[in-house]
Design a protein around this ligand. Structure first.
Ligand SMILES: *Cc1c(COP(=O)(O)O)cnc(C)c1O
Ligand SMILES: [Zn+2]
Length: 390
């Protein structure tokens, strides 16, 4: 199923493994793994640009063999919109809300569910704050697979739950936070593998391969590398995946410089920003994460080590924004730019404004704000926002 030369590598000790779709952690140190793809794959812009704009345009840079037929809904190829009025002439929003199920999770699911289908499993399983469940449910339906989702009870935005149910997912509600739901899934379906269900949380390095294509699209469309990319951070898979995309383009010689990655967390759910600011080498866990932005309401991000490495290597930063700042940024994008994003996505604009204040970014720099999900995901927060400021 995988391309010749593809390997898995431990991000902590560097151990190498053959491309096993079921192996998520290092057998010698327990660290998470990342996919290593061979460097010379004949990548040429001219050739790839003949294909549709989106995840599968960059097939040469994905680990799946040429003959594998993707389970696809036309994911990726999302709009890159200049946001002059909300942020400035050199600032763009990458609007991931326009993916098939309304979030960037579709980039990962198209690859993850394609692998699940190839494995011949009965279905897929995820823990989720909502969008992973919505996406897994849709792609599983398309592949003719079962989908089982573990959700924190009362912690999922209504639009996301509606999508999971619409696509026929089996829902298990867990008393606790997302972190507790994920722990259950890891115990039940990863450590006790092989099960009949294929786990597709972001500990799965293959899923993250799909998410790295956001970096390819930015360089593809802009024609150059942005100076800074701002990403809302929850479980921290996405910021790690996007950085991996830039690293690969650099290693291929497609770009020379790489952007600084700025990760944004909500004040009440900021384990990584805390770890970063205290220069700790151990994750500063948040036992009871709190924020209105439910997609980033996470206290024990599994990808914490990958994310810290990404921020460090790229000379970026991690910072926090308050729920007030998130709501204000959401309103600015909606009213000044016509962009309807969910609260966690607005954290990237709020984070950019903070980074300007703190001198981490210059006004003249080209910046991309990743708007991770669509406003329709969370109608209750929209109502709150509208009722407060009419
Ligand atoms: C999943 C998600 C995030 C967080 O991404 P991580 O990879 O968990 O850091 C942010 N915003 C939205 C809308 C999401 O769905
Ligand atoms: Zn290791």
């Amino acid at each position: 199923m995988f391309r010749e030369g593809v390997r898995l590598r431990c991000v902590i000790c560097g151990s190498l493994y053959p491309p096993n779709p079921r192996l998520f952690t290092c057998r010698s140190c327990g660290g998470l793994l990342e996919v290593v793809t061979p460097v010379d794959r004949g990548f040429e812009w001219e050739r790839v640009r003949a294909r549709r704009f989106g995840v599968w345009r960059y097939r040469e840079l994905l680990p799946l063999a040429e003959w594998v037929k993707p389970v696809s809904l036309g994911e990726g190829g999302t709009p890159l919109v200049r946001v002059d009025r909300a942020a400035g002439p050199h600032v763009f929003v990458k609007f991931e809300g326009s993916n098939p199920t309304g979030s960037f999770k579709d980039r990962g699911m198209t690859v993850g569910v394609t692998i699940a289908k190839g494995l011949g499993v009965e279905g897929v399983v995820v823990a989720s704050t909502g969008n992973t469940a919505a996406s897994a449910a849709a792609y599983a339906a398309r592949a003719g697979l079962r989908c089982l989702v573990y959700l924190p009870r009362g912690g999922v935005a209504r639009g996301k739950l509606a999508q999971a149910l619409l696509h026929g997912a089996e829902v298990v509600e867990v008393d606790g936070f997302f972190d507790d739901a994920l722990e259950l899934v890891l115990e039940e379906y990863v450590e006790r593998s092989p099960s009949k269900l294929y786990p597709l949380n972001s500990v799965n390095p293959w899923r993250l391969e799909g998410q790295k294509t956001l970096a390819f699209e930015l360089v593809d469309e802009l024609g150059y590398t942005p100076d800074v990319v701002v990403v809302p951070v929850g479980n921290a898979g996405n910021i790690s995946a996007i950085w991996k995309g830039f690293r690969e383009l650099r290693d291929l010689g497609v770009i020379s410089g790489t952007p600084r990655m700025i990760g944004v967390q909500a004040t009440g759910a900021a384990p990584l920003a805390k770890t970063w600011s205290t220069r700790s080498r151990e994750l500063q866990v948040v036992e009871e994460p709190r924020t209105i932005a439910s997609a980033i309401r996470i206290g024990r991000p599994v990808n914490w080590f990958k994310a810290l490495k990404s921020v460090e290597e790229s000379r970026g930063a991690l910072l926090t924004v308050s729920d007030e700042e998130i709501l204000e940024a959401m309103k600015m994008l909606a009213r000044l730019e016509g962009l309807g994003v969910e609260p966690s996505s607005a954290a990237s604009l709020a984070g950019y404004l903070k980074a300007l204040e703190e001198g981490l970014v210059d006004r003249g720099e080209t910046v991309v704000l990743v708007a991770t999900g669509h406003a329709l995901k969370d109608p209750d927060v929209v109502r709150l926002l509208v009722e407060r400021n009419t």
